[in-house]
Design a protein around this ligand. Structure first.
Ligand code: SAH
Ligand code: SF4
Ligand code: F3S
Length: 435
């Protein structure tokens, strides 16, 4: 009987894609994806530590897996991803959960096959390194339907004062442009219709490629020149680094999505300063204007954090004003979570939980009103829609500006571009009919 595997993924798209690489390695080793969650031979937890809630979910799941391992003693439980790389966590996990087979850091996940083959005398094996060489030869078992994730860079240099990512993912490393282009060409030739480029701050792509003039706008132009009908998306854009050349590359391309994820985090200049974001709310709004002027139908999404240390009601009101001014089509809202090892964790003036909860609820309410207004405005308009999946008897598709639309249709439409008119809006959900 084939050996089976199961991967449990937490965190961002970066991790979702990394899990596809883990799956690729395991399948090369002869493992097959498990249909039964409880009895896989190898269970991989690909962890996140960006907020405390993510870590709590991982520890909760380890408790459940401990029981599964009692029923199936030869089960190999592997813990990898960002949490393992944060200070002292690997050691703590090893002591508290001796049933874990191996703990692997974010920089050496490619060692998984070798580590699995070794028994390590029944002891938890820990391998965390700071070596950060990009491995271009990782197999990938893609799981995201018509979308293919493509890393253009790894790591982050920005050190926002609340954020653990630079500590657990290391400094920015850009992939060479020729590798990215080769990947995208291949993915398009085998039928992927959407390519999503990944980086913590895509706008700094190429800064670390010594002696090269390759930058993000030139990458976008080169990828747009690849033959075929497909869409290119990317995330995340740091507001301080998005330049007019990038916006021009988008507006001049027939392939680039008009959807831009550009987190503001806060609307208060004082808080943005403390966050080390390196822009003011006026700078942010002028970047939004630059985008809207060049790409009139641009869809915008962002991340906002409430309850950063010392945030007052006045600061929060500035955030609500910024959100009202931008009119995001999607907004991801977070309660500030204290991350050990980051500068903000030691700041005075941590905000009481009750205030954080009230603020996030207010922000979500305000955003819902905005989303409702923009959904109403879509009714009657026509869009080119990429059909991405068939679910509950309907096609789920996306406009070029990133709006989700439900359309009557069958599974044969998945992966096709169609023109549809928005016929109704129900609680900000858009329904379309083929033109
Ligand atoms: N590189 C991306 C974001 C990566 S983390 C960027 O710069 O936008 C995704 C989001 O998690 C961040 O945008 C931020 O809003 C949120 N986040 C990061 N650290 C956090 C913390 N300590 N508490 C709460 N939210 C946090
Ligand atoms: Fe974290 Fe800031 Fe880097 Fe984004 S840009 S990953 S929020 S440090
Ligand atoms: Fe992503 Fe979480 Fe790591 S958000 S980069 S998986 S800390």
């Amino acid at each position: 009987m084939d050996k089976t595997y199961r991967i449990i993924t937490y965190g961002c798209q970066m991790n979702v894609h990394e899990s596809e690489k883990i799956a690729g390695m395991l399948e090369n080793e002869g493992y097959v994806r498990s249909d039964n969650d409880d009895i896989a031979d190898v269970v991989v937890l690909n962890t996140c530590c960006v907020r405390e809630t993510a870590e709590t979910r991982v520890t909760g799941n380890l408790g459940i897996l401990k029981k599964s391992k009692e029923l199936k003693p030869d089960m190999k439980i592997i813990v990898c991803g960002c949490m393992t790389q944060s200070d002292g966590t690997a050691q703590k996990l090893k002591e508290r959960c001796p049933f874990i087979f191996a703990i692997l850091g974010t920089h050496n996940i490619d060692r998984l096959p070798e580590i699995l083959r070794d028994g390590h005398n029944g002891k938890t094996y820990v391998e965390i390194t700071d070596k950060t060489k990009i491995n271009e030869d990782m197999p990938v078992k893609r799981t995201s339907g018509i979308n293919a994730w493509v890393n253009i860079m790894y790591g982050c240099n920005n050190f926002c004062s609340y954020c653990i990512v630079p500590y657990v993912r290391g400094r920015e490393r850009s992939r060479e442009k020729k590798h990215i282009i080769a990947d995208v060409k291949k993915l398009v030739s085998v039928g992927y219709k959407q390519i999503t480029l990944l980086g913590q701050n895509v706008n700094s792509y190429g800064n670390d490629l010594n002696g090269s003039t390759d930058d993000f706008p030139s990458l976008l132009r080169d990828l747009s020149a690849i033959d075929g009908k497909f869409r290119i998306k990317f995330m995340t854009s740091h507001p301080k680094d998005i330049v007019p050349e990038t916006v021009d590359a988008i507006s001049e391309s027939d392939k680039l999505s008009h959807f831009i994820h550009m987190p503001a985090q806060s609307g208060s200049d004082r808080i943005l300063g403390l966050m080390n974001r390196k822009y003011t709310s006026a700078d942010y709004l002028s970047k939004i204007d630059m985008i809207k002027n060049a790409i009139p139908d641009a869809g915008l999404s962002g991340d906002i954090m409430v309850g950063f240390p010392t945030e007052t009601e006045r600061d929060f009101a500035d955030t609500v004003d910024l959100v009202s001014a931008v009119k995001y089509s999607n907004l991801y809202t977070f309660i500030y979570s204290r991350r050990k090892g980051t500068p903000a964790a030691n700041m005075e003036g941590q905000v009481p939980t009750a205030d954080k909860k009230r603020r996030i609820a207010e922000l979500i309410k305000r955003q819902a009103q905005i989303a409702c207004g923009s959904a109403v405005a879509c009714v009657g308009r026509s869009y080119e829609i990429l059909c991405s999946e068939h679910k509950n008897g309907k096609i789920v598709g996306e406009t070029r500006c990133g709006k989700a639309v439900l359309i009557d249709g069958d599974a044969s439409m998945v992966g096709k571009f169609i023109n549809a008119k928005i016929i109704k809006n129900v609680n900000s959900k858009l329904y379309g009919a083929i033109n």
